[in-house]
Design a protein around this ligand. Structure first.
Ligand code: GDP
Ligand code: MG
Length: 597
């Protein structure tokens, strides 16, 4: 055990975690030249295309240092806040962390939030000043920022470049010299922390774990404590670029187990694995069920595809346990599903995967957070509102509560005014303002989660010219004045376009929604009135004017094949449109409420 080092790499997004991980793998020879490619650990196509890490990954390296052989287990973590629970579990599986800071960007919001997570888990922190090759790098100043943040000596900050490989040897030396070897007892009952699971269509779910005490053996009967299920360990092994089967993985080490589990949701990140016959009495602390934060309806564009969509969602869920869904129906859209996501990025990824991997064409409706409503009749009983149409009628409604977050924003002093105005417009209340340096300011706000869902990131980027970073965590429910704004097209209410909005903003948002929908809804043979209403009261109105000419008119009596071509072309253009009554609604219209500015 004294020659094992378990570490993770934490950083703000884009500061170079995955790239530095690549260099560590090269340097230790974990990857041959043939296997080499950029951001090697980002194995999903989507991750590569978007340049982001969605899943955590683990990989083992061997490295000889001062004539001793070391085993280094690296756990790469996703940087996006939607996946922060995985970061926290990965951190709990390590004794140390490389804290990477971009030498041009310096400390950002997620640098700090991930650092706090690491410190809460008592990890040894190795600060790495990365991207020193950049012409815009500012090594002295950024080193000062790091020293201020950590209270360390400037000599402890390692200068490196994931791009050129500069400093990688010093990073490895620091990992061995500064990170403690794992403690643990091989003779105690098995206790292993699940920090990730990966769905493999051929082998079922692969569960990644860190053994804290005892050992896990091929052929052992094991038990998952939180789910209270027993399994047979068909295969255990270590995680190299390929899996390497082993007879046993002992305390201190990281590995995988395959048990024939077919569904991702049976394996819960944060759960403890133990022996089925002589179980440990201590589950590893900090297990949480991951809760969806954002809800939206997903409907097939073609109503006939409902069953196929169900099958696709079920398959996707086998693979992504954080997706939850339940059937729902909409007067406008027919049968579909109300889905829960970890955040907006997760929602986009699910929609994209449904289209790419399952060839479905779907409409996603207006996303919302989960509200708590209470009726006058039973003011203590929570009615969970995951869909605007579940909000009790105003006549029986007592009160509504909405989820709040604590937001941390780091920006330049020049933009403090802009950022504050934005946060106040988004119903935020400033709780703290700290000058980290004369240039950089940290602001904290309490804000409704719903306001983050509604177009916050883009606005923040704009008002700060890109110099603001943002992080948040939930702080509970607060009472709020919410109303449901309904949209009527051609005098028909379209329930899938309804949104819950704070009463003070409802009139303004209703008006802007009508304006936006007027832009987005294609013109047809007739005028289409667009109205926003609260209850029976119309608060705004616009009209999409009729087309002057029938586009197919010129074909009448003409060449039939030309007409067919034209119709086919129109049909293709119609992808991601839904017919509601006699009006066609494009996908963008359902997202209009998110992009009103
Ligand atoms: P992650 O989000 O922290 O995993 O960051 P990535 O490793 O995906 O890197 C983000 C971007 O920074 C990519 O475009 C990399 O090519 C680039 N990058 C990473 N490390 C370096 C470095 O040391 N120098 C320079 N110039 N660019 C880097
Ligand atoms: Mg990455």
């Amino acid at each position: 055990m004294k020659h094992i080092r378990n570490f993770c790499i934490i950083a703000h997004i884009d500061h170079g975690k995955s790239t530095l991980a690549d260099r560590l793998l090269d340097y230790t020879g974990a990857v041959t030249a043939r296997e080499k490619q950029d951001q090697l650990l980002d194995s999903m196509d989507l991750e590569r295309e978007r340049g982001i890490t969605i899943k955590s990954h683990a990989i083992q390296m061997e490295y000889v240092f001062e004539d001793k052989e070391y085993v280094l287990n690296l756990i790469d973590t996703p940087g996006h806040v939607d996946f922060s629970y995985e970061v926290s579990r990965s951190i709990a599986a390590c004794e140390g962390a490389l804290l990477i800071v971009d030498a041009a960007q310096s400390i950002q919001a997620q640098t700090i939030s991930n650092l706090y997570l690491a410190l809460e888990n008592d990890l040894e922190i190795i600060p790495v000043l990365n991207k020193v090759d950049l012409p815009s790098a500012n090594p002295e100043e950024v080193t000062d920022d790091i020293v201020d943040l950590l209270g360390c000596d400037p000599e402890e900050v390692i200068h490196a470049s994931g791009k050129t490989g500069f400093g990688v040897d010093n990073v490895l030396k620091a990992i061995i010299e500064r990170i403690p070897s794992p403690k643990g007892n091989i003779d105690e009952p098995l206790q292993a922390l699940i920090f990730d699971s990966v769905y493999n269509p051929f082998r079922g779910v692969e569960t990644y774990f860190r053994v804290i005490n005892g050992s896990i053996k091929k052929g052992q009967n094991i038990k998952f404590i939180a789910t209270d299920k027993n399994y047979f360990a068909d295969e255990v092994g270590t995680l190299k670029l390929k899996q390497v089967p082993k007879k046993e993985i002992q305390a201190g080490d990281v590995g995988y187990v395959i048990t024939g589990i077919k569904e991702a949701k049976e394996v819960k990140v944060g759960d403890t694995i133990t022996d089925a016959k002589t179980p440990t009495t201590n589950a590893i602390e900090g297990f949480e069920d991951v809760k969806p934060m954002v809800f939206a309806g997903i409907y097939p564009v073609d109503t006939e595809d409902y069953e196929e969509l169900r099958a696709s969602m079920e398959k996707l869920q086998l693979n992504d346990a954080s997706l939850v869904f339940a059937p729902e129906s909409s007067a406008a859209l027919g049968f579909g599903f109300r889905c829960g996501f970890l955040g907006m990025l997760h929602m986009e990824i699910i929609q994209e995967r449904l289209e790419r991997e399952f060839n479905m064409t779907v409409i996603t409706t207006v996303p919302n957070v989960s509200y708590h409503a209470f009726t006058r009749k039973s003011p203590d009983k929570t009615v969970i509102v995951n869909n605007p149409s579940d909000l009790p009628e105003p006549s029986i409604l007592d009160r509504v509560e909405e989820p709040y977050i604590k937001a941390t924003i780091i920006t330049k002093a020049d933009f403090v005014g802009n950022v504050m105005s934005l946060c106040i417009e988004k119903r935020g209340q400033i709780t703290n303002q700290t000058y980290l340096t004369t240039e950089r300011v940290e602001l904290t706000f309490d804000m409704p989660l719903a306001e983050i869902v509604f177009d916050f990131y883009d606005r923040l980027k704009t008002v700060s010219k890109g110099y603001a970073s943002f992080d948040y965590h939930p702080i509970g429910m607060k009472q709020s004045k919410l109303v449901r704004v309904d949209i009527l097209l051609n005098s028909q209410p379209v329930d899938a376009l309804s949104a819950l909005i704070h009463a003070d903003n409802a009139a303004n948002i209703g008006k802007k929604m009508c304006e936006k929908l007027k832009e987005l809804i294609p013109r047809q043979q007739f005028d289409i009135p667009i109205q926003a209403a609260i209850g029976a009261k119309i608060i705004s109105r616009e009209t999409t004017k009729a087309l002057r000419k029938d586009v197919t008119a010129k074909c009448y009596g003409g060449d039939i094949s030309r007409k067919r071509k034209l119709l086919e072309k129109q049909k293709k253009g119609k992808k991601r449109m839904r017919q509601v009554g006699n009006v066609e609604i494009p996908q963008e219209a359902f997202m209009a409420v998110l992009k009103l500015n």
